[in-house]
Design a protein around this ligand. Structure first.
Ligand code: ADP
Ligand code: MG
Length: 636
């Protein structure tokens, strides 16, 4: 029998009896009334106006574990202390004619445990309509109860009742054992909490109902949940979803997801909440998010330029990619076409490559392409691309690029040095072969000069020319590495002075003046003869570059105690940009009688001294040669 059934039956009975029979609580209660009370499944307790217990029914005994004799004459013993005031107030309301029907409350059992109940209170009056006592009907909120023992009813009604009970029990069972949290809330109070919900928070149901919201739910989430509940109640909406952070009994933070539903319970609007713990899911999501962020950061800062395109439109570019194309920020490349950055010569091939990646999913291997920067400059790049199946839900092409500029310079330098090595080898071989016959020729010339003194002058020229050939041969010899030569302490200023004094006459003939600035420099370790050869070569080139005269500035400076810089600057014809790279290659010359070996040999000598030889030039303005030589760490 449900609360409302019990309520109406008892109420009617008392009403009936108040008309005719004696209904004072002290008076014997009619047999029928006793029968009904005994057969009711809800606990019924009758008190006098002084609040002392007059009678309880069997259901009450069973619900509380009390026997009548335990409670007879006692003052409200089943009410938890903290609820006494409230129940007193409700009792007064009932006495003053306000109905108290299905009020959610908690009842105390003999063993000290609590049970959630709904409480109905109504007064008993005598024939003069004077109140003589109160009837308390308590219904346990969704519990699994035993079968009713209603002997007074017909077989049919017993069957009906059993069916109803069964259905009700099935639902109760379901809710009690459900692996989902269930919570019923009405008129600002918790009416029901199922064991699973309490368990989510690490409490028993009895402990749970006494917890403050602030203990259970994060403040701002509680406000949100209340708002959801209020709007569900206001608009009679069926479902509102929510997500909140809770605190378990062990203080662990948990995440809960659920729905708030508007229902009618006991004839009044109520909020029905179902929820589930989603801490694991949340933590996984958080982990995924963090790892995605970490990867993004990693890609962002990777030194390799990375570009992602979807159907040719750039949708991502990391910092290196932005720098490579010469853009200021990512937004300058996002949304543009990759073909804006590819040289037209490469468009067709790139289109085919993308198509192949998207169709076959196979990485196409390294592709060499010409990339057009924002400034219009072209850089050679190497591209490796793969297909990503799910990049923000799209199938895209991810490309990793490599700037080849430096590699190309290195490759050219390598070719150059290989060329030099080959020439060096050849020169050394040839030089050896020539030197011996030269020595013989020179010796015989000297002999013949003595014998034929009338031709002394011509033999002199022959010897001079032979000496020149010898000198060139020696030049070739310097190319052959390794040069085991004598490195000695020397002052670079002195070496330069001696070279300039030799070349000055020749310079004057060409209307060229040499202005030298010698700063104080420490001694270096070098082979003097070779350095002289370098300066002769460079100054000679400078003189030849100024056919109508000019000035050659020579200076020496010590830089940071690390190296000495010798600068030789002319104001001659200069070197056109398109051939400056060739200058210094073996046999490259623009002169009719040039050998094209001077600069190559000079560079080689300086490099053998662990120095640097740099030539820079502007057409029609002049050429500067910077030679830097290391200052030894140990001073002589
Ligand atoms: P050569 O002097 O026999 O031509 P080098 O190796 O000394 O051989 O020089 C190679 C070329 O470099 C020269 O032919 C000339 O074109 C260019 N060059 C070298 N030095 C200068 C200079 N100071 N001004 C202009 N061009 C120069
Ligand atoms: Mg030269």
């Amino acid at each position: 029998m449900t609360t409302s059934m019990t309520f109406s039956l008892i109420h009617n009975l008392f009403k009936t009896s108040s008309n005719g029979e004696e209904t004072s609580v002290q008076a014997p209660i009619s047999k029928l009334l006793i029968n009904l009370l005994e057969s009711a499944t809800d606990g019924v307790l009758i008190t006098g106006l002084d609040g002392r217990v007059v009678a309880i029914n069997r259901a009450f005994e069973e619900l509380h574990g009390w026997k009548r004799e335990h409670v007879a004459g006692k003052l409200l013993p089943w009410i938890p202390t903290h609820l006494i005031d409230e129940v007193n107030q409700l009792s007064n309301s009932a006495l003053s004619g306000q109905s108290v029907d299905g009020h959610p409350s908690i009842s105390l059992r003999q063993d000290g445990s609590y049970i959630p109940i709904s409480l109905t209170i109504f007064p008993i009056a005598n024939s003069e309509n004077t109140h003589t006592g109160l009837v308390y009907v308590e219904t346990r909120l969704i519990t699994i109860e035993e079968q009713p023992r209603d002997k007074a009813c017909s077989v049919e009604s017993v069957r009906m009742k059993n069916m109803l009970m069964e259905t009700e029990n099935t639902y109760k069972n379901l809710v009690e054992n459900a692996q989902i949290g269930v919570y019923l809330y009405q008129e600002g109070r918790v009416i029901y909490v199922n064991p699973h919900l309490a368990q989510i928070f690490g409490y028993t149901v009895e402990e749970f109902v006494f917890q403050n919201n602030s203990n259970l739910i994060a403040k701002e989430d509680w406000i949100k949940l209340q708002n959801e509940a209020t709007s569900a109640l206001k608009s009679h909406d069926s479902k509102h979803t929510f997500e909140l952070r809770g605190t378990r009994k062990d203080q662990r933070i948990i995440y809960i997801e659920g729905t708030v539903t508007y229902i009618i319970y006991n004839g009044k609007p109520a909020v029905f909440v179902t929820c589930q713990e989603v801490t694991y899911k949340k933590e996984m999501e958080q982990l995924m998010l963090e790892s995605a962020q970490r990867y993004r950061k990693l890609v962002e800062l990777l030194p390799e330029p990375i570009i992602v395109n979807s159907n040719g439109t750039i949708i991502y570019g990391n910092i290196s990619a932005v720098q490579l194309v010469g853009a200021k920020c990512e937004s300058e490349i996002i949304g543009t076409s990759i073909f804006d950055f590819l040289h037209p010569d490469d468009h067709e091939n790139s289109r085919k490559t993308i198509q192949r990646i998207m169709e076959s999913d196979e990485p196409p291997g390294l592709q060499r392409r010409k990339l057009v920067k924002k400034s219009g400059d072209i850089v050679e790049v190497e591209i490796n691309s793969i297909r990503l199946h799910d990049f923000h839900g799209k199938s895209v092409v991810l490309s990793v690029l490599r700037d080849l500029t430096e590699q190309i310079i290195e490759e050219e330098a390598l070719i150059q040095s290989e060329k030099l090595a080959a020439v060096g080898k050849l020169a050394a071989g040839v030089a050896h072969e020539i030197r011996n016959p030269l020595t013989a020729l020179r010796g015989f010339c000297q002999l013949l000069r003595k014998k034929y003194s009338e031709d002394y002058y011509y033999f002199g020229i022959m010897i001079d020319e032979l000496d020149r050939i010898n000198m060139i041969v020696n030049d070739f010899m310097t190319l052959s590495k390794p040069q085991i030569s004598k490195f000695e302490k020397a002052n670079i200023n002195k070496i330069l002075q001696s070279v300039i004094s030799i070349l000055e006459t020749q310079a004057l003939l060409n209307n060229v003046s040499i202005v030298a600035t010698y700063n104080e420099v420490p001694p270096i370790c070098c082979e003097e003869g070779q350095l002289k050869q370098v300066f002769v070569n460079v100054i000679n080139n400078a003189i030849h570059a100024m056919p109508s005269g000019g000035e050659i500035k020579v200076s020496t400076t010590a830089k940071h105690d690390r190296h000495i810089q010798v600068t030789i600057q002319d104001e001659g014809i200069g070197i056109p940009e398109d051939i400056i790279r060739k200058v210094g290659e073996p046999f490259f010359t623009t002169k009719e009688n040039g050998t094209g070996l001077g600069l190559m040999i000079s560079r080689r000598i300086i490099e053998n001294h662990n120095g640097l030889f740099v030539i820079s030039s502007k057409e029609n303005l002049g050429t500067t040669v910077d030679i830097s030589l290391p200052i030894p760490l140990i001073n002589y």
